[in-house]
Design a protein around this ligand. Structure first.
Ligand SMILES: [Fe+2]
Ligand SMILES: [Fe+2]
Length: 181
């Protein structure tokens, strides 16, 4: 690998690492507020997965002989700026679902490129593997919370709102990427 391609890879891995760390932080917040015992159990395993994902990206960077770069203005920061951090569980679950779907799409898109080294492919596969059950259980529980709160539409409406914010942020990031190219 040339030093320019290593630079680019370290940057991408640092972004992925940052997103996994911020995702973990969101889950930890939920873990402190949720009373539902099944959600406590799932959140614990989910949090363990996300911190492992963050570690796998960190390790990929270490294996390249580098250190992680600080990410100041990534996807998650931009989402937070537009959406704020929701104060109630239904919205927190909805935000997590939208953010996880975005991460999964990003990983799948990266997996399809034809210039990816074997070690990076392996990390991409491992981190994508867990996303199916993450999305499943959060969707189910989010809807259940909304129904129990007597607002059955709230979860899906909240997902819709965060999807719109996600689309705006992605447009912003695409424009930024193009202006740098
Ligand atoms: Fe993850
Ligand atoms: Fe996840």
């Amino acid at each position: 690998m040339t030093s320019t391609s290593t630079d680019a890879l370290v940057k991408v891995c640092s972004y992925y690492r940052d997103a996994e760390m911020r995702g973990s932080n969101l889950l930890y917040r939920m873990l402190r507020h949720v009373e539902d015992p099944e959600a406590q159990m799932n959140l614990s395993e989910h949090l363990a997965d996300e911190t492992r994902h963050a570690w796998l990206w960190t390790k990929r960077i270490r294996d390249l002989g580098r250190v992680p770069e600080k990410v100041v203005d990534g996807y998650q920061v931009r989402i937070g700026r537009r959406a704020g951090i929701p104060r109630n569980l239904i919205d927190l679950f909805a935000l997590t679902v939208v953010v996880e779907q975005r991460a999964l799409r990003r990983y799948q898109e990266h997996l399809r490129r034809d210039d990816v080294d074997e070690e990076t492919l392996e990390v991409l596969r491992k981190v994508s593997e867990d996303e199916g059950w993450h999305l499943d259980w959060m969707r189910k529980k989010g809807r259940e919370f909304a129904e129990k709160a007597g607002e059955p539409e709230r979860f899906d409406a909240s997902i819709q709102r965060f999807r719109e914010i996600d689309a705006e942020v992605m447009q912003e990031l695409d424009a930024l990427e193009q202006s740098l190219a």
